[in-house]
Design a binder for this molecule. Structure first.
Ligand code: ZN
Length: 271
């Protein structure tokens, strides 16, 4: 999301460009990464697969979002930034270690969203390595695992020069990009669709599920809070319930990101 003012633990380069130009540069960099994929994996096109993911992660994603997934018999992927732990922000508060532990215990996947939640374009390689190690320690303390985790870019902002570093460390990296993953796909820059306000936008999202059923692949949704008064980057409980239920009713296989990669036989999780 555009900013929960980041937990300033990792030094950022000084802002060298005005914000509007920096955003434009970010869009260009994302387009460059799409145009020149670092890796390609073949996402099968025989079966519609859907993953529901949450970034940051707000407490309502656990209290409401996870419960809605479970009521539909499925699980989700929660990309955690340890540096946002327990923060209280306008319209949302973030989960803490106990919340992460509960998600894992209930069968959901914990992914990495960096520790400090900076735009990776503005963090140098050494600082990023240290930041990712710090988040790995945070997550491993609540959900130990030896296999590689999955990652989501803060602000969905890719960094061309950090791709090798991210690819070594993670099984996959999710960005935005408003599209379905099908056929040749860069696992270091997965496409995803945002569930966000206004409500009119959310009501249009079932069309993505229709498109997936008509032409199968892997559709990844992402959102933040699930609340009766959502932030601009979240949605209401009924609309999330509707979307998850629709994916299930249309016969999609709903899996966490990690389980989807397992199911498709792609990108072994071993380090
Ligand atoms: Zn985020």
């Amino acid at each position: 999301m555009p900013d929960p003012a980041s937990a300033a633990d990792t030094p950022e380069y000084p802002a060298r460009l005005p914000a509007s130009i920096d955003r434009f540069a970010g869009r260009l960099e994302n387009r460059l990464i799409r145009a020149m994929p670092r890796l390609v994996m073949p996402v099968p096109t025989q079966e519609p697969i859907v993953s529901f993911t949450f970034d940051d992660v707000p407490a309502s994603a656990l209290d409401v979002g996870a419960a809605i997934l479970e009521a539909n018999g499925v699980r989700g992927t929660f990309y955690i930034s340890g540096g946002l732990e327990g923060r209280i922000e306008p319209g949302r508060s973030l989960i803490d270690r106990a919340g992460c532990r509960e998600l894992a215990a209930r069968g959901h996947e914990l992914g990495c969203h960096s520790f400090s939640h900076h735009d990776l374009r503005h963090v140098d390689g050494d600082a990023l390595s240290a930041d990712l190690a710090r988040n790995a320690a945070y997550l491993d303390a609540v959900d130990p695992r030896t296999a590689r985790r999955n990652f989501a870019y803060p602000y969905n902002s890719g960094s061309f020069s950090k791709r090798a570093l991210l690819d070594r460390r993670f099984r996959s990296c999710r960005a935005g990009g408003e599209g379905i993953n099908r056929g040749p796909t860069d696992p270091a820059f997965l496409r995803a669709i945002e569930i966000r306000q206004p409500q009119q936008h959310v009501l249009g999202l079932p069309r993505w599920i229709d498109a997936l059923v008509a032409d199968p692949g892997w559709l990844i949704f992402f959102t933040h809070d699930v609340s009766p008064q959502p932030t601009p980057y979240g949605c209401t409980p009924p609309s999330f319930h509707l979307l998850v239920g629709y994916a299930v009713a249309r016969g999609c296989r709903v899996l966490t990101v990690d389980a989807a990669l397992d199911h498709m036989g792609l990108r072994g999780a071993e380090r």
